[in-house]
Design a protein around this ligand. Structure first.
Ligand code: IPM
Ligand code: MG
Length: 359
């Protein structure tokens, strides 16, 4: 156990995010109560509900204080049909990613049991790779505008921003991680880092990605560096997921590729992610959204959120405890225990109980 108390902020957000986070927090609380984890949990109300009640998405200066007051943030999901333009979701989630400069979106694609794989003849041993999605640039920067709005001549511009620094730092993180990734060691071959872009069409941003990625690769001769166009990559992930270790790509391509990845893990309910700036406060979130039609029904899969806790604790240095959480979830999945989306019969609460029992 680490020497100091880990300070964790909890932001459940909206919809099923509230329910899955509740269960993930029970896992954290159980670890604290049994003396296996030293952590303080602080709930923050940022959500659609809070926005509708107060007109405030994130209080002024809140992001700055987050970094000083906490070691990590666990979030649920954001999105509520009552907030038509999704303003709160953008300001809270993308606000944290950008304002805290969380440039690594770390998204493992790990299938925990053969029965969760949707691919014929490919199971858990084949589906184990990690996507490093650049998280602070690309077409997510919000630069652009509308010209001649609401006329037949209307024009929309959406800028896609790539910087040398941005490509360099995410590529470096991908290679550093590849060196420690257990899977290549298990298979006794050099770790593979593949960069996906679309430089056959994106003549400028793609060109910068391609040049900088291979420059960084020169510093990692122990790794195998390669490239694919992102369209070909999606096809190859479905055909032969086992051939990938680490994939690094831009913000938008990473967003798309990781939904495909989530499907290979058993669906959005199983996937975890981290928004990371090494050495600083980082934000951990399950990949699932707020799913308004499912909210309040007790059917949401809590495993993605519980695996997000696992990722957060591993990041904070609690590797052993984190590994135990993953084993507990794996055992449940192997035993057919889980919510309906993964072929089980349990409610959100019961699925989390099954994990708690094994912990
Ligand atoms: C994700 C989500 C977000 C994104 C949305 C909700 C803005 O799809 O985290 O993958 O596009 O990054
Ligand atoms: Mg997405």
């Amino acid at each position: 156990m680490s020497e100091k108390t880990l300070r964790i902020a909890i932001v459940p957000g909206d919809g099923i995010g509230v329910e899955t986070t509740r269960e993930a927090v029970r896992v954290l609380e159980a670890l604290v109560e049994s003396g296996r984890l030293d952590a303080s949990l602080t709930r923050l109300p940022w959500s659609a509900e809070h926005y509708l009640a107060t007109g405030e998405t994130v209080p002024a200066g809140a992001f700055e204080r987050l970094g000083a007051d906490f070691d990590a943030v666990l979030v649920g999901a954001f999105g509520d049909p009552r907030v038509k333009d999704n303003r709160h979701a953008r300001e809270i989630l993308l606000g944290m990613r950008f304002k805290l400069d969380l440039f690594v979106n770390f998204r493992p694609v790990k299938c925990l049991a053969d029965r969760l794989s949707p691919l014929k003849d490919r199971g858990a041993s084949d589906i184990d790779f990690v996507v490093f999605r650049e998280n602070t640039e690309g077409s997510y920067v919000g630069l652009g505008g509308l010209f001649k709005r609401d006329t037949p001549d209307e024009i929309a511009l959406e800028e896609d921003v790539t910087t040398r620094k941005g490509v360099e730092r995410i590529s470096r993180e991908a290679f550093e991680f590849a060196r420690t990734f257990e899977k290549p060691k298990r298979l006794s071959r050099p770790p593979r880092v593949l960069m996906a872009d679309k430089h056959n069409v994106h003549r400028f941003g793609g060109d910068l990605w391609n040049r900088v990625f291979f420059e960084v690769a020169e510093g990692y001769p122990d790794c195998e560096a390669s490239h694919m166009f992102v369209d070909a990559l999606t096809m190859q992930i479905v055909r032969d997921p086992g051939s990938f270790d680490v994939i690094v790509t831009n913000n938008m391509f990473g967003d798309i590729v990781t939904d495909l990845g989530a499907a290979l893990q058993g669906g959005l309910g199983m996937a975890a992610s981290g928004n990371i700036h090494p050495g600083r406060i980082s934000v951990f979130e399950p990949i699932h959204g707020s799913a308004p039609p499912l909210a309040g029904k007790g059917v949401a899969n809590p495993f993605g959120s519980i695996l997000t806790v696992q990722m957060m604790l591993a990041h904070l240095g609690e590797k052993e405890t984190a590994a135990k959480i993953e084993s507990a979830v794996s055992e449940c999945v192997a035993a057919g225990l889980g919510t309906r989306d993964i072929g089980g019969t349990l409610s959100t609460r019961e699925a989390a109980d099954a994990v708690l029992k094994r912990l």
